[in-house]
Design a binder for this molecule. Structure first.
Ligand code: PEP
Length: 258
């Protein structure tokens, strides 16, 4: 049985003080709800901006929360890569997870499928668990190209890293048209695409395709989380805007039950 996972992507938000207050509140609620048997989700990961990671991971170690970064360099060895942060550096400050291939990186930083595949490899090499994002734009969605796009994005990662990498790695299906827009894939549509993602893995290894966690992301809110997470191939969520509000985020985590 796959464990339900909810990850929060804070994007570029929050001062140190705000970040601390938010995690403090999330950690307190996680503790209370766990004690009351009201938290269904087995794993909760927070992905703050790089600048807050070390402090938060140290302050909240043992809280039951795990920490991740929003991106990682493709470069593994130290070197002259101004502005880059390696996987080893992330691990050194307490990150265990990292998001790669978020649509905002693909769109604004022109990250190709191949670069995303190399970042995924760099994450694994540093002992981090990658959460690789795939998803179609509005135009691709309207042109009926969703599956083609996802097959291409996922195919590049599988080709570069091998199917075995998905024993640990996580996939997030994030339709670009649903991110931060208030639009969400219907539960049926999300299930269809998640099943398609699993079928792509299954072409290489049937067992791994059943093990790999596939998260849904795109305007997940407390009001729609339960229905999305109830789908058999949806194993939790990657949450943007609602991860910046402790109560909403916790309500979403509470909806992540089998
Ligand atoms: C995201 O940024 O990964 C995301 C899913 O954002 P939102 O939940 O705000 O749509």
């Amino acid at each position: 049985m796959r464990k339900m996972l909810v990850a929060g992507n804070w994007k570029m938000h929050g001062s140190r003080v705000v970040a601390h207050a938010l995690v403090h509140e999330i950690a307190r609620s996680v503790r209370e709800r766990t004690e009351a048997g009201a938290l269904a989700c087995e794993e909760v990961v927070l992905c703050p901006p790089f600048t807050h990671l070390a402090e938060l991971a140290a302050q909240f170690s043992g809280s039951g929360l795990a920490f991740g970064a929003q991106d990682v360099s493709e470069h593994v060895a130290s070197g002259a890569y101004t502005g880059e942060i390696s996987g080893a550096m992330l691990g050194d400050v307490g990150a265990a997870w990292v998001i790669v291939g978020h649509s905002e990186r693909r769109q604004y930083h022109h990250e190709s499928d191949e670069l995303v595949a190399r970042k995924f490899a760099a994450a694994l090499q540093a002992g981090l668990t990658p959460i690789v994002c795939v998803g179609e734009t509005k135009e691709e969605h309207e042109a009926g190209r969703t599956e083609k796009v996802i097959a291409r994005q996922l195919g590049a990662v599988i080709e570069h890293n091998g199917i075995e990498a998905f024993r640990t790695a996580v996939i997030a299906y994030e339709p670009v048209w649903a991110i931060g827009t208030g639009l969400t894939a219907t539960p049926d549509k999300a299930q269809k695409i998640h099943a398609f993602i699993r079928s792509q893995l299954g072409k290489k290894d049937a067992n791994i395709s059943l093990l790999t966690r596939v998260l849904y992301g795109g305007s997940v809110k407390p009001a729609n989380a339960a229905e999305l997470f109830a789908q058999p191939d949806v194993d939790g969520g990657l949450i943007g805007g609602a991860a910046l509000l402790a109560t909403d985020f916790l309500d979403i985590c509470a909806a992540a039950r089998r």
